[in-house]
Design a protein around this ligand. Structure first.
Ligand code: GLN
Length: 231
């Protein structure tokens, strides 16, 4: 019993939070039932490559690692950045995507660098690495449950800047008029997304890593990312 029971039966139960386009979101014609996005296509492909059935469960982003630790799910695939803190709780696969935090601001904003946020109203998403970054910079901020909620604050002029992952930011800027992205690579380090697995389940981690290595080498992941990314 426990975390590896399902995986041994030839099934991987993934947990995700489908509020993070283009990596995971709900769609009528998703690649995995109602789930669509880069991560969902990668999960489907892992199923194909390993011959295991893939199931997806929707959870709060904040709850994913807890669900993994208590065996409710076998793995997470959720645009999740590898961090030292998270590494204490779970094992991460080979990274499959590189991202960075960026600032979304109104088109007429005077924010050009991360330090320009000092006297601004900052919005982040609870539990995301963007929250950790802003926290470490020592700025006050408001944390929202969902990216769309933070973007609404920005669109309605109730906040000055949203700090969030690059590809997701591009998605929100494309979907909402009057916003732009400001990058500050000196302030925001690059981040790597990986699949997380329970520390006791090294067999599943090996299986997943083998599939990821194959997909990195044969270009599958680049193809999937290009297919879903918005310019
Ligand atoms: N990459 C960010 C993190 O790991 C956001 C991930 C997400 O919301 N899915 O915290």
């Amino acid at each position: 019993l426990g975390a590896s029971a399902c995986a041994e039966d030839g099934m991987i139960k993934f947990g995700t939070n489908p509020e993070f386009p283009p990596f995971e979101y709900i769609s009528a014609n998703g690649v995995l039932g109602e789930y669509d996005g880069i991560d969902m296509a990668i999960a489907a492909k892992i199923g194909e490559l390993t011959g295991m059935d893939v199931e997806m469960e929707s959870l709060e982003f904040d709850s994913l690692l807890i669900a993994l630790q208590n065996g409710q799910i076998d793995a997470t695939i959720a645009g999740m950045t590898i961090t030292d803190e998270r590494k204490e709780a779970v094992n991460f696969s080979t990274p499959y995507y590189t991202a960075t935090q960026v600032m979304i601001v109104p088109e007429d904003s005077d924010i050009e660098k991360a330090e320009d946020m000092a006297d601004k109203k900052i919005c982040v998403i609870q539990g995301y690495t963007g929250e950790t970054c802003v926290n470490e910079m020592g700025y006050k901020y408001e944390a929202f449950k969902k990216g769309t909620e933070a973007i609404m604050e920005l669109v309605n002029g109730k906040c000055d800047v949203v700090v969030i992952d690059s590809a997701t930011a591009q998605n929100y800027v494309n979907d909402n008029e009057g916003l732009k992205i400001v990058e500050d690579p000196d302030a925001f380090a690059s981040e790597e997304y990986a699949i997380a697995v329970n520390k006791d389940n090294t067999e599943l981690l090996d299986t997943i890593n083998e599939a990821i290595d194959t997909m990195l080498e044969d270009g599958t992941i680049s193809e999937i990312a290009a297919q879903y990314a918005e310019a």
